[in-house]
Design a protein around this ligand. Structure first.
Ligand SMILES: Nc1ncnc2c1ncn2[C@@H]1O[C@H](COP(=O)(O)OP(=O)(O)OP(=O)(O)O)[C@@H](O)[C@H]1O
Ligand SMILES: [Mg+2]
Length: 264
């Protein structure tokens, strides 16, 4: 069996503030394999973003081991972290972190250029499914929160990362746009075997993922149950063909959206 994409072993994370040490993550051991899709839930302040930041190398654990694609990261220097982030990782930040004063197209191109890739059918597929086509030449700082969030999602997915870390990627989107994003993520995970760890406060969005990690008091309660309804929904979504990286331009295909009457 191939190595887990992410393996956390006895990870702890504390912060120091004016009142002393504050332990956010406590002795966490958990793994993500190729193609896994996980919803990370938990109350505000429970440490969800901190956990994503540890996996992305933006924060370092106070104790424990983090392996990425089988490699121990404790002695990684900036160069190794940069390589991993550029080539293997896509991140949708809670605050978007778009590049200003660039326009939408150049923000999406950024991850491609780091990997010497060209704009291709997959990028067109993202742009069309995220409703970004009319916005491509607009400066990102002039966009609404929901529009910026969709750009952040396209940028994170443009280079087809092995691992996507998404921090409330639908937090600023309306119901219909949220379902489109979830369709994209599930079809990507199925077709590209991308591993997705997604923070969400939405039950509807969480149910698109195969399993759930609930973070509470520094520990994760793991629920790996996938209902048959969920599996059927994911199969429906994955039946949509997403283009692969090629240099040929074709019409983009629109992802099928599963129906849901629940609020997102
Ligand atoms: N750099 C930091 N320095 C000090 N404390 C921090 C830092 N980053 C996070 N924390 C603290 O760690 C705890 C968890 O924060 P985190 O942002 O991970 O929560 P969260 O689950 O993502 O919350 P939300 O749902 O509101 O985004 C909070 O108490 C926060 O104040
Ligand atoms: Mg957060």
């Amino acid at each position: 069996m191939s190595q887990p994409i992410v393996a956390l072993s006895h990870i702890c994370k504390s912060f120091h503030d004016g009142e002393g040490e504050h332990q956010v993550i406590k002795d966490l051991s958990i793994a993500l394999n190729q193609g896994d899709t996980v919803a990370l839930t938990g109350a505000s302040g429970s440490g969800k973003s901190t956990l994503l930041n540890i996996i992305a190398g933006f924060e370092h654990p106070t104790a424990g081991s983090l392996k990425l694609l089988g490699q121990e990261t404790s002695d990684w220097q900036d160069k190794q972290w940069s390589e991993f982030r550029h080539q293997q990782l896509g991140v949708v930040f809670q605050q978007f972190n778009l590049l200003t004063p660039l326009n939408v197209r150049d923000n999406i191109r950024f991850a491609l250029q780091l990997n010497k890739l060209n704009w291709d059918d997959w990028c067109d597929h993202l742009v069309d499914n995220l409703g970004l086509r009319p916005l491509l030449t607009r400066d990102v700082e002039a966009l609404s929160g929901g529009q910026q969030q969709r750009v952040a999602i396209a940028r994170a997915l443009a280079h087809k990362p092995a691992l996507l870390l998404a921090d409330e990627p639908t937090g600023n989107l309306d119901h219909s746009a949220s379902l489109e994003v979830m369709s994209l993520l599930t079809s990507l995970a199925k077709q590209q075997q991308t591993c997705v760890l997604m923070v969400t406060h939405s039950e509807v969005c969480a149910n698109y993922m195969q399993s759930r990690w609930h973070l509470e008091s520094g520990h994760i309660n793991q629920d790996t149950q996938v209902s048959s309804a969920q599996t059927a929904m994911q199969d429906t979504v994955a039946a949509t063909q997403a283009p692969t990286h090629t240099s040929t331009q074709t019409d983009s295909q629109v992802a099928t959206q599963p129906e849901s009457s629940e609020a997102v």
